[in-house]
Write a protein that binds this ligand. Sequence first.
Ligand SMILES: Nc1ncnc2c1ncn2[C@@H]1O[C@H](COP(=O)(O)OP(=O)(O)OP(=O)(O)O)[C@@H](O)[C@H]1O
Ligand SMILES: [Mg+2]
Length: 260
Amino acid sequence: MSESMISIQGVSKHFGEFQALQNVDLEIKQGEFTVLLGASGCGKSTLLNLITGFIRPTEGRIVVNGREVTRVEPHCGMVFQQYALFPWLTVLENVAFGLKMKGIGKSQRNETARRFIDMVGLQGFEDKFPNALSGGMRQRVSIARVLANDPDVILLDEPFAALDAMTRQVLQDELLRIYEQSGKTIVFITHSIDEALLLSTRMLIMSARPGRIVTDLHNDLPMPRNAAVQLSPRYNELKSQIWETVQAEVMRSLEATTSR
Ligand SMILES: Nc1ncnc2c1ncn2[C@@H]1O[C@H](COP(=O)(O)OP(=O)(O)OP(=O)(O)O)[C@@H](O)[C@H]1O
Ligand SMILES: [Mg+2]
């Protein structure tokens, strides 16, 4: 399918006097794996919060799956930059929460939840509460929760930043596998250019103050993105191209900060 799954039309976002996003236009097709890169504070999380309906644009409109976003809807699943679990629910109940809201019976939702808890390597922790888990474990619970809900669009805000390298690699592979099997539309924020190159089909680089999309690159590296791909000339070519653009925007944003 080629129609837009996410359509962002002339979107600006102000927080009081401060302009976080300026006139963002973006069409994301069904089945694209889009990675957002850019300096800290450039508006990446703001853009995801707008897509999912947690905040409303100051100007412009956002359409997801043919419907204008006016509130939080279950067809967008979000993994937050900060862990957002219900502290009064166990791991199993957290992961099964969305399925319960959809009216799915207890035995079926627990079975689905256990499958995703296993996938993120947390078997044995089903009955623990979030405060008994490490930061990386909590993040894995939120990833399992989103996947268990099976939304059309999966939004992930630096989901692997707090994880150790081994766990990160396992979950990157798992996410790619889910992506290839399901054809879901994914928007993923990261500060790691290697992670962007490993996962994405498209890479967007944002400028700082106010945030705009300055570079839109197709990631044409072949799948699977194994070690051979990471040693290829094309990999290094893309990597230095992104590095230079991101670096220039980071410098610009630091200069803007110090000159204020
Ligand atoms: N609710 C809010 N009220 C006021 N300002 C906000 C709010 N949310 C975000 N901002 C501001 O908007 C800008 C963009 O923030 P955002 O969280 O989108 O950045 P980011 O690109 O995700 O950064 P990071 O990489 O550090 O997570 C920042 O300057 C931030 O201070
Ligand atoms: Mg952020």
